[in-house]
Write a protein that binds this ligand. Structure first.
Ligand code: GDP
Ligand code: MG
Length: 177
């Protein structure tokens, strides 16, 4: 039930995981609404948004995006959140090394308990804050490569690489035929 429909019109449940404050909700709002609200409050309750994108080969992908209010902090609840997800976007903040460690924890968790064949992306967000960078691009690249993940650095604030992130995920979804 995670990725389905015919080969031209795909549908995929997408979840975001990562420390609180890394910018998960801002990435979603930038992608879905084209906005960045620096004053936006912490998500209250899980919110659901969907967005469809078209690829060059005319395939469309409807992302059903589950944003979390931080339920994933309770290890026991996390599996309920990512159950059936075709895509997991694991986010860290390039200025916060602890958030990169936490991202690695989530990758391991998803490798053990995620849907078989789940498409995983590793995202270093807040790339606009490069003067405060604490996690190198190379560290992100190396970890992603070792774990067979797609890697990208983004900025929800400037919109840098946000559409590219979702396009690359869409290209990696399994096709039914
Ligand atoms: P979440 O807890 O992971 O959902 O994080 P939020 O999306 O609520 O963002 C946490 C804070 O980081 C907010 O104050 C945002 O304004 C800020 N933020 C999010 N993305 C970026 C970004 O790309 N660049 C900068 N400079 N700040 C960001
Ligand atoms: Mg949030």
């Amino acid at each position: 039930d995670s990725a389905s429909a015919d080969s031209k019109n795909l549908r995929a449940k997408l979840v975001l995981l990562g420390d609180s404050g890394v910018g998960k909700s801002c990435i979603v709002l930038r992608f879905v609404r084209g906005q960045f609200d620096p004053t936006s409050k912490v998500t209250v309750g899980a919110s659901f948004l969907s967005q469809t994108i078209a690829l060059q080969d005319s395939t469309t992908v409807k992302f059903e995006i589950w944003d979390t209010a931080g339920q994933e902090r309770y290890a026991a609840l996390a599996p309920l959140y990512y159950r059936g997800a075709a895509v997991a976007v694991v986010v860290y903040d390039i200025t916060v090394p602890e958030s990169f460690n936490k991202a690695q924890y989530w990758v391991k968790e998803l490798q053990k308990h995620g849907s078989p064949g789940i498409v995983m992306a590793l995202v270093g967000n807040k790339a606009d804050l490069h003067e405060s960078r604490k996690v190198s691009v190379q560290d992100g690249v190396d970890y992603a490569e070792k774990n067979g993940m797609f890697f990208i650095e983004t900025s929800a604030k400037t919109a840098d690489n946000i559409n590219q992130l979702f396009e690359e995920i869409a290209k990696r979804l399994p096709r039914t035929s």
